[in-house]
Ligand binder design. Structure first.
Ligand SMILES: Nc1ncnc2c1ncn2[C@@H]1O[C@H](COP(=O)(O)OP(=O)(O)OP(=O)(O)O)[C@@H](O)[C@H]1O
Length: 259
């Protein structure tokens, strides 16, 4: 039986998370991070900062270090792994890592069907997820016949079909042309779900996420409004964060939660 999420608990609560890989390399040194329900947060930081290591702890792919991770009140660990994987929807950078069925519809149905959904309920779930990403008309197409941007949207739909507590996106804007990039931003803004987005695309973080967190050397070194952080020249320099030439973060309207 799935455990009901605790509506009073934050979507994500990471406390004192430390982790060393089996070869002894310490990647995280006591990370604390709380994300409230409905927030959109960007996770920023230079290469090798520990962002992927942190994300892989959110649904229990990695574990065994110190500290705790809770998703809507449920501790991430072996005991609740199936429920945790339903609650934490990770959209990987390469959509081909998550699309493997003959049609888009079957790919989106795979997760909920594995969780036991059947018949009209399953169909409705798939249709709703595809509509939310504007891909309903592609339901019967093979995923490998779609463009990269379309495949990324389907990958988002496969995760939304699980009705996750938190949507985690790894570099969602990578390899998208400007129109697809904007369309995906519109889709993400329209979703009524907590979002954690790992990105090196700082303008995209500013456009989408009211809040950003900087992870550097396995610790969180800054946590504030995205605009505030991107305007902090010293912080940016110290953590190898660079805005595109000529980009002024003050020129973009600050994003607001839920819009
Ligand atoms: N399987 C592994 N075994 C040992 N060390 C690893 C392993 N995977 C990652 N690391 C190391 O852990 C540190 C954090 O890596 P991680 O991939 O989490 O960084 P990241 O912030 O996601 O980087 P990027 O922006 O380049 O994707 C790095 O020093 C990396 O070399």
């Amino acid at each position: 039986m799935p455990t009901a999420p605790d509506p009073t608990a934050p979507s994500l609560q990471v406390s004192g998370l430390a982790y060393a890989y089996p070869d002894g390399h310490q990647a995280l040194f006591g990370v604390d991070l709380t994300i409230a329900r409905g927030e959109r947060v960007a996770l920023l930081g230079p290469n090798g900062a520990g962002k992927t290591t942190l994300v892989l702890h959110l649904n229990g792919i990695l574990g065994g270090g110190a500290g705790t991770v809770e998703v809507a009140g449920l501790p991430v660990g072996k005991r609740h792994l199936a429920e945790i994987r339903r609650r934490v929807g990770i959209v990987f950078q390469d959509p081909d890592d998550q699309l493997f069925m003959p049609t888009v519809r079957e790919d989106v149905a795979f997760g909920p069907a594995t969780a036991g959904l059947r018949g009209a309920e399953l169909e409705a779930r798939v249709t709703r997820a595809l509509e939310r990403v504007g891909m309903a008309e592609f339901a019967d197409r093979p995923p490998h016949h779609l463009s990269f941007g379309q495949r990324r949207r389907v990958a988002v739909a496969t995760v939304l079909a699980m009705e996750p507590e938190i949507l985690v996106l790894d570099e969602p804007s990578s390899n998208l042309d400007p129109a697809s990039r904007r369309e995906l931003a519109d889709i993400l803004r329209s979703l009524d779900v907590t979002v954690l987005m790992v990105t090196h695309d700082l303008p995209y973080a500013l456009e989408l996420c009211p809040r950003s967190v900087v992870l550097s050397g396995g610790v969180i070194t800054a946590d504030g409004t995205t605009r505030e952080l991107l305007c902090d020249e010293r912080l940016m320099r110290e953590h190898r964060l660079e805005l595109p030439y000529g980009f002024d973060p003050r020129s973009v309207p600050a994003p607001v939660a839920g819009g």
